[in-house]
Design a protein around this ligand. Structure first.
Ligand code: GLN
Length: 243
């Protein structure tokens, strides 16, 4: 039995759980060998977090999420979960912000983050709520098929992959994993050349700028659950080394 938690302080919790359930069903129908049983739980306490083998941090509002997590005494257990235990964690939108080691366009004094991804994110890259959009994404880690409909709502992007000084950084030292770009999207007109980074992975930590849980496309959830299962089979440490 594999327990996957969704951090339930604020934001799109139910949507993730519902797609995870569909993804688990799809995984078992695709596989010729028996797949593990999953249980999906909402996480609001350190005790609930400690039951989890993997975690999703949903979209919402990252400053609020950090303040609530701090009040509930969850911030340090979350850091431990991601950066010491190296359990598979996926952040969507505000969740990606929480998993970054630095964020710009934050209020003065900054905001508390969990970290785990050695990147700097730019919050609200596309502007306000009114500038929300749906964009077609080609995500190389998904098998060929229709483009993925990326829902971007006050979305962050990864503006910098922080290069680590030789072996000094906690994550690099422990895991030897570098940040991998998993998805890009063309920069909006007038904001520079080339593409923005909208999906990254570093070891067991995965982040997307957009909200797959707000579509009925189950492909990323299925892919991620598969990574979780493979990672646990190999001793639960490093998803990246498996693929
Ligand atoms: N703009 C929000 C933040 O910075 C994220 C928005 C979202 O999760 N849809 O936390």
């Amino acid at each position: 039995q594999i327990t996957v938690g969704v951090l339930a302080l604020q934001g799109g919790v139910i949507e993730h759980i519902s797609l995870l359930q569909k993804a688990a069903a799809q995984l078992s129908s695709q596989s010729s060998t028996p797949t593990p049983q999953f249980s999906f739980i909402q996480v609001r306490t350190a005790a609930q977090l400690s039951q989890c083998d993997a975690l999703i941090i949903p979209g919402g509002e990252s400053t609020t999420m950090a303040i609530v997590a701090r009040r509930l005494g969850l911030l340090d257990p979350l850091r431990e979960f991601v950066k010491v235990q190296h359990k598979p964690t996926w952040g969507t939108c505000a969740g990606l912000v929480m998993l970054a080691s630095a964020a710009s366009a934050t209020k003065q004094g900054g905001q508390e983050l969990i970290g785990g991804l050695d990147v700097k994110v730019l919050r609200n890259r596309y502007g306000t709520q009114l500038q929300s959009f749906v964009g077609d994404l080609r995500l190389p880690f998904l098998e060929e098929g229709e483009p993925f409909r990326g829902v971007f709502i006050r979305a962050p992007v990864v503006e910098e992959i922080i290069t680590t000084t030789a072996g000094d950084d906690e994550v690099t030292k422990l895991k030897g994993n570098l940040v991998e770009v998993m998805g890009t999207y063309p920069k909006p007109q007038g904001t520079g050349e080339g593409d923005d980074i909208v999906a990254v992975r570093q070891g067991n930590v995965f982040g997307t700028s957009f909200h797959p849980e707000l579509t009925d496309d189950v492909r990323i959830h299925t892919w991620w659950l598969k990574q979780v299962v493979e990672g646990l089979k190999s001793g639960g440490r490093d998803v990246q080394a498996q693929s």
